[in-house]
Design a protein around this ligand. Structure first.
Ligand code: SF4
Length: 255
């Protein structure tokens, strides 16, 4: 099925009915059955570091710097004690490198000193770490620990949620509240990561691929008619996202 592009859809649309929200969840699950983290990591600490570095950057870029970062400083204690200028040089290409170096070293120091080198497992403790807000905490809790505290909301999730009418808010915390209110708790982790991947590969900021979107009939922001059935479009999305969702690995992430 061809991949079409379209003009930018509108943002402010009506809230979908509960039945439509359930349909959105079902179609997202069919299109992205195994949402997976695209940030390379080996444990909760490396995922936390990578997620902090992913702000205002791409997962692909972050994945080019983390191998050297974790090779040079393989533990929270080692990274916390590293010379700041050396850390800045390693993370430089992710952007905002001074703030990010400060954040990953500050978080690592707190993890070493306050938590015995183990990443804490509660939202309250995680958001108390330098450079960690709810999005990062939700990624770590959901992907590394399989815990459900909220919905990951990044720029992709916010855009898709607005276009679908799931939220009219422009603040991540409010969008997260809106999504939590409409989806069952057991769907929070996967739904957030599915919306993120849909935004990254289909519901693009510029030129969303509405004709190929499995949510097209459910989306008031749709900018052009859908092609084929929603099931056919779900298969198209599976192929678009497939390189990022191999059979192994934990469920989804950010960027
Ligand atoms: S139809 Fe799909 S791609 Fe188009 S605006 Fe809606 S959610 Fe985004």
């Amino acid at each position: 099925m061809p991949v079409a592009t379209s003009r930018k859809p509108t943002v402010s649309v009506a809230r979908p009915a509960p039945e439509a929200v359930a349909q959105i969840a079902a179609r997202l699950a069919a299109a992205i059955p195994q949402p997976r983290c695209e940030l390379d990591h080996r444990d909760a600490w490396t995922l936390l570091m990578a997620t902090i570095l992913s702000a205002q950057s791409t997962d692909r870029t972050v994945n080019t710097v983390t191998p050297l970062l974790f090779q040079k400083w393989p533990s929270p204690q080692a990274l916390a004690a590293a010379p700041r200028d050396e850390v800045e040089a390693v993370v430089h290409r992710t952007g905002f490198f001074r703030n990010k170096a400060k954040a990953i070293q500050g978080a690592s120091l707190a993890i070493h000193q306050q938590y015995g080198g183990e990443v804490p497992r509660t939202m309250a403790e995680l958001v108390g770490l330098p450079g960690v807000a709810r999005k990062t905490a939700n990624v770590v809790l959901g992907v590394a620990f399989g815990l459900t505290e909220g919905v990951v909301v990044d720029t992709h999730v916010m855009r898709v949620a607005q276009r679908l009418g799931l939220s009219a808010a422009s603040q991540a915390d409010k969008v997260e509240q809106d999504l939590c209110a409409q989806f069952p708790r057991e769907q929070w982790n996967d739904t957030g990561h599915r919306l993120l991947l849909l935004g990254r590969y289909v519901c693009l900021a510029k030129g969303p691929r509405c004709a190929d979107c499995p949510l097209s009939e459910l989306c008031a922001s749709r900018a052009e008619a859908p092609l084929g059935t929603w099931q056919q479009r779900a298969e198209t999305v599976q192929q678009l996202v497939a390189p990022a969702t191999p059979d192994t690995g934990p469920a989804a992430a950010s960027g």
